[in-house]
Design a protein around this ligand. Structure first.
Ligand SMILES: *Cc1c(COP(=O)(O)O)cnc(C)c1O
Length: 398
């Protein structure tokens, strides 16, 4: 057993003749922009179809997807958007760029996802939207979250960048809230290097999102203009070709991830001190990663010991996933935004930017215990069995 397949190169990515064929026809067409080509349009149609969502709009990254989603709500500067402190910075920076205040909800230590309870604790008179991130491919418990949002009249944006084809109560994640966001970055379930897409059932939001990707230029309108402040967030036809080929493989890629994750779960479920990943009732995990939670009372040295022991066996397990909650990064700690202005933090109510650790017990407890194993469609039964043996050795050796 040498090294495990990596999603950073061909060993853990399913890229080949299908991508090359579509790419070749795009290049031969001479049309590389999605404003004139058909490939990105086809990607949008097929993505929407696969998710069972009426509209999809492709864009240049997952960060762009979140920006488009937030911008589509057309909120006022200083409005509050509730989100999670355990996520990619690309999901948070767009909130600030729109002049809005990210308000961090605590997370469930058992999943590191936000819950209806942790969101409810942050709702104020200035809350205008909720972003729910399905971390590691595990669907957040959407039923109670959607009930809460409906009671307060708040739109929900789902960040499904890590959760392609995960399900919550029979619905694909990304289609439960008002808008779903996805990323095609190198390490996601499907990739075009960089790229992203948003989905919605609401035609007005779909139109606003398409405009936001296109400098708010009204392509196809009788009297087009630049209607409002927006950027160029388009995906190229080149990226669209790769993404379209990847999309067609996505169901089988997710199926393989699930089969291998279930195999790993069954192989290590007998070991003491490990809490293994599972979706909430009525949900289906899509295993972007394989996260597990280590009880330091049962395994001496906890995640640090286990990660070290696994690394000796060439199993690159990451303790703590991200090293700290997002609000401890310099962007939030020092409010490094536009020049020395600290804007839009200057508009925030004190409690909206109160990052005292005591307000985030679940997040700290979850991050202290989580161990994140890499996972991708290159994993075979022998890779999984090697990891399971590694766990057994590590647990028995302590
Ligand atoms: C990857 C990711 C993003 C950002 O996507 P990029 O394509 O890297 O900009 C946003 N949110 C989550 C949860 C992610 O995992």
């Amino acid at each position: 057993m040498s090294t495990l397949p990596s999603d950073q190169n061909a060993s853990g990515r399913d890229l080949g003749t299908d991508e090359l064929a579509l790419l070749k026809s795009v290049i031969e067409s001479g049309t590389l922009t999605s404003t004139k080509g058909e490939t990105v349009k086809n990607l949008e149609l097929e993505f929407a179809q696969m998710l069972g969502s009426p509209h999809a709009v492709a864009c240049s990254s997952g960060s762009a997807a979140v920006h488009i989603a937030v911008a589509a709500l057309d909120l006022e500067p200083g409005d509050e958007v509730i989100t999670t402190p355990v996520t990619d910075m690309g999901a948070l920076a767009p909130i600030l760029f729109q002049g809005l205040i990210p308000v961090f909800a605590d997370t469930d230590p058992a999943t590191l996802n936000v819950t209806a309870e942790t969101i409810a604790a942050r709702i104020t008179a200035r809350t205008r939207a909720i972003i729910v991130t399905h971390l590691f491919g595990c669907p957040a418990d959407m039923g109670p979250i959607m009930d809460l949002a409906a009671r307060h009249g708040l739109p929900v944006i789902e960040d499904a960048a890590q959760a392609f084809l995960a399900e919550s109560q029979g619905a694909m994640v990304g289609t439960v809230g008002a808008i779903g966001c996805f990323s095609f970055q190198q390490g996601k379930h499907m990739t075009s290097g960089e790229g992203g897409i948003v989905v919605t059932a609401d035609p007005a939001l779909a139109r606003r999102m398409r405009l936001f990707v296109n400098k708010a230029w009204g392509y196809g309108d009788p009297a087009p203009d630049h209607y409002f402040l927006a950027l160029n967030y388009r995906l190229t036809e080149l990226q669209g070709a790769v993404a379209l080929a990847q999309l067609r493989k996505l169901p089988s890629a997710v199926k393989r991830r699930r089969a291998m994750a279930e195999r790993l779960t069954s192989r290590i479920s007998g070991l003491d001190g490990l809490e293994l990943p599972s979706a909430p009732d009525g949900g289906d995990h899509s295993y972007w990663r394989y996260p597990l939670w280590v009880d330091p009372a049962a395994i001496e040295g906890g995640v640090d010991y286990l990660a070290g022991a696994l690394r000796e066996l060439d199993i690159p397990a990451a303790p703590r996933y991200i090293q700290k909650p997002a609000f401890e990064t310099e962007v939030f700690r020092d409010q490094n935004t536009f020049g020395s202005s600290s804007w839009p933090f200057t508009l925030a109510a004190p409690e909206a930017v109160d990052y005292s650790p005591a307000r985030f017990p679940g997040t700290y407890a979850g991050l202290d215990r989580v161990l994140v194993l890499p996972f991708n469609e290159g994993f075979t039964e022998s890779h999984v069995d090697y990891i399971a043996d590694g766990f057994r050795k590590a647990v028995e050796a302590q």
